[in-house]
Write a protein that binds this ligand. Structure first.
Ligand SMILES: [Zn+2]
Length: 370
């Protein structure tokens, strides 16, 4: 399956067994000889017989819910599942560029037309516009630019998602990463509705019906647990209130810790969601002026960024730097209860620069990322 991550096994070259790589598909020659191309570790291209590759995920028909992406083996959190070059690029509100469509091979066109169309009815069959409206993935929150992928677009939504999308602007690739450990046979689901996934069930159901024309029957929605709704209501409330804690940062930090616990309990603690909370915690720790607290939140934020965007992302590197060299604010608010730092720490330009660039809402800082 093109773009799916596969594991190599049973090869004579033993050093390749157990290695994972992205399936590159088959050339005509490879098809005739029963071989397939795999890019191992992002650099080494190998051509191996089909029996030596095992897909990490497969598309399966799960009855009433239709097609979904199913884990074929135990997948660890932080594991890449798909790296895919989009079949089509689209702009919100614009019609599809016919030139793009014509450039696709017959196999690619068929794969696109195989995707679902939530706008098709009994009289009119699927249309390309309907398929794009149903399946295109935005390249960033609120982005006008979206992409249609024949594999990545197959992932269903879940309100406690175990995977997440990541658009890589530099390589123009869509990726899907596991954000929790996933058991063999378990469906791999992503989040279609951004921060609204934190809302209670009725809100999520209305949002998904309105925006995507389906009734969510994920495990969380089916269980309809009142405790889950209570936790999510609290999450939304704490998220809205966090900025009001800037003049009481010690209390604000406890709130940030509480949010991380709630996210984890609700199964929505994906790294990029957790990163927003960690950044709030980091900002509050800076205001508090406690070096250990600053370092701890910088480290958590670094880990969340590393898992969410990769080690090379600018913000991951920045948080890594802060975790090693915790910054302090030039002027601390005068509060008698403020604890003295254990070691004298010099104010750094980086800290000042960081604070100057912090937007009014700490979460906006991250949602503006690619
Ligand atoms: Zn749901």
């Amino acid at each position: 399956m093109l773009s799916c991550v596969v594991e190599l096994q049973g090869l004579q070259k033993e050093e390749l067994n157990g290695k994972r790589g992205v399936c590159l598909g088959q050339t005509d020659e490879q098809r005739q000889s029963g071989r397939i191309g795999v890019r191992v570790d992002g650099v080494q291209d190998v051509s191996v017989k089909l029996q030596h590759v095992r897909n990490l995920v497969n598309i399966e028909n799960r009855g009433p819910k239709g097609f979904g992406v199913i884990a074929q083996e135990r997948l660890k959190a932080g594991c890449l599942l798909v790296r895919e070059r989009p079949a089509l690029h689209a702009q919100v509100g614009s019609t599809v560029d016919k030139q793009q469509w014509k450039k696709l091979s017959k196999v690619e066109q068929d794969a696109v037309m195989d995707l679902s169309d939530a706008y098709a009815d009994a009289n009119d069959g699927k249309t390309l516009e309907g398929i794009i409206a149903t399946n295109a993935l935005p390249c960033a929150p609120n982005s006008e630019h979206s992409v249609l992928c024949t594999l990545a677009s197959r992932f269903n939504h879940g309100c406690s998602p175990n995977a997440e999308y990541l658009w890589i602007e530099s390589s123009q690739m869509e990726e899907v990463w596991a954000v929790r450990d996933i058991a063999p046979g378990e469906e791999v689901c992503v989040n279609y509705i951004g921060d609204d996934v934190c809302q209670p069930r009725a809100f999520r159901q209305a949002r998904l019906r309105g925006g995507f024309r389906f009734d969510c029957c994920c495990v969380t929605c089916l269980s309809a647990c009142p405790k889950s709704d209570e936790r999510r209501e609290r999450l939304v409330k704490l998220h809205e209130e966090i900025l009001s804690y800037r003049d009481r940062p010690e209390e604000g930090i406890r709130i940030a810790e509480n949010r991380l616990e709630l996210l984890s309990t609700e199964g929505i603690g994906a790294p990029r969601t957790a990163a927003q909370v960690c950044n709030d915690g980091f900002e509050l720790a800076l205001l508090m002026g406690d070096r250990e607290e600053i370092q701890a939140w910088a480290h958590m934020s670094y880990e969340a960024h590393r898992l969410g965007w990769g080690a090379e992302h600018a913000l991951t590197k920045q948080m890594h730097h802060y975790a090693q060299y915790p910054p302090v604010l030039e002027e601390q608010p005068k509060r008698p209860e403020a604890k003295p730092t254990k070691k004298p720490v010099q104010s750094t330009d980086a800290a000042d620069k960081h604070l100057a660039t912090l937007p009014q809402q700490a979460t906006a800082w991250l949602t503006s990322m690619d």
